[in-house]
Design a protein around this ligand. Structure first.
Ligand code: GDP
Length: 332
């Protein structure tokens, strides 16, 4: 990126749906350079308020659950219906390996060549929090560029699910029959963030197994408290490979939206997410501004030496560092 683009021009180009402008802004948001990220933030600010009527879906499932096959099929069905679909990913493993497994174009052949789809792999550097923040900004840029359905793919394990649940309107959990998966899901608490469960690969000889697993899951879910008083988590059977059940899955997504828009939970969730991101951004900005200076780094290095040997207690030393930097104490 030789010369810095003008944020106003970039915002205007994104609004007209120009893919090159969208990609450029995403690259800025994903950059490790602070000036690039500030530019992306300024572009996003110019793009507010974003178009209404968008839907953000998290799709989660262990590797091999069939996520890419299903997203390719569901996304293609939606673009045929006139939607514009963006597929993004939060992949914590790419943070370690530096390569992204999820949201890869080669895994979604149809969407990769679909003019009304945009597939972007997971950002591959930084902490999980950093990856999630970049994905969220990418999601908003895509919406500004006219994508009305955003799918955020994630791997069905641990903290990444929680991070994704914090940026989407609903989470679809993809499961497969067998191997005691149904109950494992409950143990891991993943089911607790699912708004819809879909038993995938319900095709061919495996179909009865998937149906059986779905009905076991329905009974298991009966003993968990529902995510909201107006919504019992539906358990569907689908096949990304044949497309069976995908229309019912989409109808269920729309029903989830209708129910939660009627009771206000949809709007409240988005408002809560925006405020949550404001607080996270403020924490991050404070840390950067306060702790990245020369004096702070020197004080920290000195304190680390003392705390590392165990000769001082970390909590007291942390307060001392802030005192030394001349920051006011907590209000009483
Ligand atoms: P991901 O790791 O969750 O993205 O899973 P993939 O979509 O890459 O699929 C993993 C494997 O399951 C591949 O060998 C697919 O061909 C197969 N698979 C995916 N979806 C289906 C399905 O609906 N039915 C059947 N029978 N196989 C599927």
């Amino acid at each position: 990126m030789a010369n810095s683009p003008d944020p106003e021009e970039l915002a205007a180009a994104i609004r007209t749906g120009r893919r090159a402008a969208l990609s450029r802004a995403i690259t800025l948001a994903e950059s490790t350079r602070a000036d690039h990220r500030a530019l992306a933030a300024s572009v996003l600010d110019r793009l507010a308020p974003l178009p209404q009527g968008t839907i953000r879906i998290g799709i989660s499932g262990v590797p091999g659950a069939g996520k890419s096959t299903l997203i390719d099929a569901l996304g293609s069905m939606l673009t045929e219906q006139g939607h514009k679909v963006a597929v993004l990913a939060v992949d914590p493993s790419s943070v370690r390996s530096g390569g992204s497994i999820l949201g890869d174009k080669t895994r979604m052949h149809r969407l990769a060549s679909d003019a009304n789809a945009f597939v972007r792999p997971s950002p591959s550097s930084g902490t999980l929090g950093g990856v999630a923040a970049k994905t969220r900004e990418t999601m908003l840029l895509c919406e500004a560029a006219g994508f009305d359905v955003v799918i955020v793919e994630t791997m069905g394990v641990g903290q990444a699910e929680v991070a994704v649940a914090g940026m989407v309107d609903l989470v679809v959990l993809l499961m497969i029959a067998g191997g005691g998966d149904e109950l494992q899901g409950i143990k891991k608490g993943i089911l607790e963030i699912a708004d819809i469960v879909a038993l995938n690969k319900a095709d061919g000889e495996d179909r009865p197994r998937a149906e059986r697993a779905a009905s076991e899951l329905r009974s298991a879910l009966n003993i968990l408290s529902p995510p909201s008083p107006d919504w019992r988590v539906p358990v569907l059977t689908v096949s990304g490979a044949t497309g069976a059940g995908l229309d019912a899955l989409w109808e269920t997504v729309l029903r989830h939206r209708a129910v939660h828009q009627a009771n206000g939970a949809w709007q409240a969730r988005r408002a809560g997410q925006r405020i949550g991101w404001l607080k996270a951004s403020l924490d991050e900005a404070l840390r950067r501004r306060v702790l990245s200076g020369k004096q702070a780094r020197a004080a920290l290095a000195e304190a680390e030496a003392a705390v590392g040997t165990g000769s001082r207690a970390p909590t007291a030393v942390a307060e001392e560092i802030l005192d030394r930097l001349g920051l006011p104490g907590e209000p009483t």
